[in-house]
Design a protein around this ligand. Structure first.
Ligand code: FE2
Length: 382
């Protein structure tokens, strides 16, 4: 992590309360670990299609006997892809139940022991007692707590570590290095939870982790003719970590959140939103490399300028790439969503470029959810 480059502006930081009052100061997302069926092939996909770079590897060659992990990096985003090597490995149960999906949202802190103590004291269920891991390059301390579903948060204290990723990992030198596509940092990560569970988990982030609620959307904000959902956006004190929590709401047909819950077999990470400085370049590179995006009808662009006012981008270019636009009091944002990146209709990515706006694209919800419904209908899940 290039610490010197982390600035408030780059993280769209929004001070919600004083650092002094923050019992869980978080410096950023450290890494996101997915349990996957075949990490070697997933790593190839994220390099080829998403422009991630080879960073580190752990497996039998590095002394880890029961699993392999590939670490990929693009600017400040680190993905870890892990696959078990043995039939009786506990990760197999996660894979069988959920398919490929996010297991760990790791948070970068100065003191992982204190983070564990403060959160468990407030009711978090322990996942990993603070443990010191070291090699010739120094040491890290990691600890962890459970959140929704089988998802966990790991706190990573890496101030005394100079090596590649974590002790036990080696630098991954690959001869295959497709260029990056301009993905810069994780803007937010969204959790889908079951019926009537949104408030439970919003409260968890408030009570246990000291987060504040940024926004709340009810089923009137987020509904189409057929389907609905509700959402609360929770943020940590410095605004670097934002976790919207969705739950399904009753509609004439099956909510996309319900479809996710059915196929993921419970709560889990629905999407990872990644920021870019140039959404047109990023999205066209990703599409050229095979990423599939949701599309909205061309009529979306007919009254776009009436809705969002003046923007720097050319409407025809946005239309060509299917990029959506929304405005709030502070500016506007451009965004686009991939189709699920897995065979189960579960996790997907959002590409977002913020031009002042700190919101989440409420004005696009309807067009977006109608696009998702079309995909649900094609899968026979609406
Ligand atoms: Fe999002």
């Amino acid at each position: 992590m290039e610490k010197s480059k982390l600035t408030n502006v780059e993280y769209g930081e929004e001070k919600l309360f004083d650092d002094a009052k923050d019992f869980l100061p978080i410096k950023g997302t450290d890494y996101v670990e997915l349990y996957v069926g075949n990490a070697k092939q997933s790593a190839h996909f994220y390099k080829t299609a998403f422009g991630f770079q080879s960073e580190a590897y752990a497996g039998p060659e590095t002394g880890v006997r029961d699993r392999v992990s590939y670490v990929l990096r693009q600017d400040k985003i680190r993905l870890v892809l892990t696959t078990p090597l043995t039939a009786d490995h506990p990760i197999n149960e996660h894979l069988s139940l959920h398919g490929d999906g996010v297991k760990v949202i790791a948070l970068w802190v100065d003191d992982a022991t204190k983070a564990f103590e403060e959160t468990t004291k407030r009711g978090a269920k322990a996942y990993m007692e603070p443990q010191r891991e070291e090699d010739a390059n120094g040491y890290v301390v990691r600890s962890g707590i459970h959140t929704y579903g089988d998802t966990v948060h790991i706190f990573v204290e890496r101030g005394a570590y100079e090596g590649t990723f974590l002790p036990g990992f080696e630098k991954w030198e690959s001869h295959y290095n497709p260029p990056a596509v301009g993905l810069r940092y994780i803007d937010h990560m969204v959790g889908n939870v079951g019926w009537n569970e949104m408030n439970t988990w919003a409260e968890f982030y408030a009570q246990v982790m000291g987060f504040a609620q940024l926004i709340s959307f009810d089923d009137k904000d987020i509904s189409t003719e057929y389907t609905a959902l509700m959402s609360k956006v929770m943020s940590n004190g410095n605004g670097r970590i934002k976790f919207p929590i969705n739950e399904p709401a009753k509609g004439k047909k099956k909510s996309q959140i319900e479809e996710f819950i059915d196929f993921y077999n419970g709560a889990g990470v629905q999407h990872i939103a990644v920021a870019t400085n140039n959404i047109i370049e990023t999205v066209s590179a990703m599409r050229d490399r095979g990423v599939e995006f949701l599309y909205v009808p061309e009529s979306y662009y007919d009254d776009l300028l009436d809705r969002v006012g003046e923007i720097e981008e050319d409407i025809e270019t946005l239309k060509e790439h299917g990029v959506l636009v929304d405005r709030d009091d502070e500016g506007y944002l451009l965004q686009l969503f991939t189709k699920p990146v897995l065979d189960r209709p579960t996790m997907f990515f959002e590409i977002i470029q913020r031009k002042g706006a700190k919101s989440f694209g409420k004005g696009n919800f309807r067009a977006l959810f109608e696009a998702i419904e079309r995909e649900q209908a094609r899968r026979g899940n609406l």
